[in-house]
Write a new protein. Structure first.
Length: 144
């Protein structure tokens, strides 16, 4: 399969997924409204209602995010920018695009981006350790 055919296949898959997500979101939001509008049952039903609302809300948020990602990827296709890493400008491998069709970075740039984003948190975690209190590596002989 040529590169162009592979991209077209990814496009068709994203269009199908986008339609499925739109239908699911419409159903999820309708279901959430239905839960909220129905009179409460017994105490157990009332206890589970916030949990059900939270699960439905989180599911809708996840589906909405995926829908936004797909729409963005389809827009990049229209602009001729799909499959090009936003960081280095190289082609994103088809293997990555098949796994994550809305990827905007090649795997190397994505790793670097994640490392840079995590760096402040790693430094914060290191500052919590008191070198006098923690001796690494800890051996079993040290415990007994």
């Amino acid at each position: 399969m040529s590169h162009k055919d592979a991209i077209l296949a990814i496009r068709e898959a994203m269009l199908r997924r986008r339609e499925a997500l739109r239908k699911a979101l419409t159903g999820d939001l309708s279901l959430l409204e239905e839960f909220r509008s129905k009179p409460s049952g017994d105490e157990v039903d009332m206890a589970f209602r916030p949990v059900q609302d939270e699960i439905a809300s989180q599911l809708a948020e996840t589906e909405s995010r995926e829908l936004r990602n797909i729409s963005s990827a389809l827009e990049r296709m229209k602009e001729g920018k799909y499959g090009i890493c936003e960081e280095c400008g190289d082609r994103i491998p088809l293997v990555r695009l098949n796994a994550l069709p809305w990827a905007t970075h090649c795997i190397e740039c994505q790793r670097e981006l994640e490392r840079r984003e995590a760096e402040p948190y790693l430094k914060e975690d290191e500052s919590l350790l008191d070198e006098d209190e923690v001796q690494l590596p800890l051996l079993l002989d040290d415990i007994y």
